[in-house]
Design a protein around this ligand. Structure first.
Ligand code: PMP
Length: 392
């Protein structure tokens, strides 16, 4: 039977990684895969995580099963950072650990489907796996335009989509640091979105995969907090794989806001059953390490300092690219200074992207998405010069 399967297209970004690895040019630049990089181009383990992992080796006395909800100490330790001082909103929020943010999005979509959702409204372009997860679950994607041509959020489009949404629909929004555009809603826009969602029968799903990598932990949480403050119920998918540098350890959580504290248990029982059917339980190590960071003031401070450094470095790159707007007109580089997080989309043609790769050893996704963190003091000028050459 398996010979009936049609071959699937390889993941384009993973194919790009291979091409990059095989390129012998010493000044090659990888702007493809979405991981943070230092000024030296490395993606190191956070110092706070190293310290927590050492403590974990000492403290952990069993690897026996925990259950589908994973490490609830980890899940709860994150909550004040995401939801603020009243982190449970009066006992209405609870969460469970998931295998990365991907697991959280998968579980959010699955429980939405179990509750009767058949369509998901989402701004495009988006993280490609969103559409793949919805398709796999048989949910219809209703796309609206995320960003305008001048690199700002298309607020009319999102408000229109929310206005059109019916009972049985969900609306998925990125919490901050939009992937792939870097275009986030402003606080005023979030206020309008929250008000529109409060009037809508649709279920809100918020995906927060880059918390703390935009403007700061508090600033980046504005949208999630504002939306939740106006709604009876919502789902929040969260990833620690970027903001704790845990990528391969697969660290995430799904939170649910219920209409009342009494409404939580039946929802959680559904999440448990779905987790059981999908992966049984999440991998423990990364969540435990994040818990040991957040439960220790010294390690927490180390983590906050590391996040500050990452953000400041990416801001410097954004500002340098924005300042090159005059040198390389037509790419909207000026807008990069107002955008957030790891990514930006440059309106380059397929030919220009190929020329960057072939003639300049610069690797980026076919969509024109660049990883801002792939640039640093040592290669940004080369990148700007190459952009100039391929757009001349
Ligand atoms: N949501 C978005 C918007 C993402 O960009 C990503 C990862 N790149 C995820 C979720 C999933 O992250 P993780 O690696 O934790 O599964």
């Amino acid at each position: 039977m398996l010979d009936r399967l049609q071959a699937q297209a390889p993941d384009a970004l993973l194919a790009l990684i291979k091409l990059y690895a095989a390129d012998p040019r010493s000044d090659k630049i990888d702007l493809g895969v979405g991981v943070y990089r230092t000024n030296e181009g490395a993606t190191p383990v956070f110092k706070a995580i190293k310290a927590a992992e050492q403590a974990l080796i000492e403290e952990q006395d069993s690897k026996s099963y925990l259950g589908p909800e994973g490490d609830l100490g980890f899940v709860h330790a994150l909550m004040p950072y995401i939801f603020g001082k009243d982190a449970t909103m009066g006992g209405r929020i609870e969460g469970m650990q998931t295998p990365g943010g991907t697991g959280a999005v998968r579980l959010a979509a699955a429980v939405a489907k179990a509750a009767g959702v058949t369509r998901v409204h989402m701004g495009t372009p988006s993280w490609p796996n969103h559409a793949q997860i919805f398709a796999d679950l048989g949910l219809e994607l209703v796309a609206f335009t995320h960003a305008t041509a001048d690199g700002a959020a298309d607020i009319e489009a999102v408000l229109g989509a929310i206005g059109d949404a019916q009972d049985g629909d969900a609306v998925l929004l990125h919490g901050c640091c939009h992937n792939p555009t870097g275009v986030d809603y402003t606080p005023d826009q979030w206020d309008a979105i929250a008000d529109a969602l409060a009037e809508s029968p649709a279920l809100a799903i918020l995906d927060s995969a880059y918390h703390g990598l935009g403007l700061g932990l508090e600033e980046d949480a504005y949208g999630v907090r504002r939306v939740l403050s106006k709604l009876g119920e919502a789902l929040v998918a969260y990833s620690c794989d970027k903001n704790f540098g845990m990528y391969r350890d697969r660290v995430g959580a799904l939170y649910v806001l219920a209409k009342s504290a009494d409404g939580l248990p039946p929802i959680l029982s559904n999440l448990n059953a779905l987790a059981r059917a999908n992966w049984s339980m999440p991998p423990d190590h990364g969540g435990a390490a994040v818990r040991l960071v957040l439960r220790n003031p010294d390690r927490t401070q180390m983590w906050l300092d590391e996040l500050d450094d990452m953000r400041a470095r990416m801001r410097r790159v954004r500002e340098r690219l924005a300042a090159a707007d005059n040198e390389v007109p037509g790419l909207g580089l000026a807008a990069l200074a107002d955008q957030h997080g790891l990514f930006a989309i440059l309106p380059l043609s397929k030919e220009q992207i190929a020329a960057l790769r072939e003639d300049h050893a610069i690797y980026m996704a076919g969509s024109g998405r660049i990883n801002i963190a792939g640039l640093h003091a040592g290669n940004t000028e080369k990148f700007i010069a190459a952009l100039k050459a391929v757009t001349a």
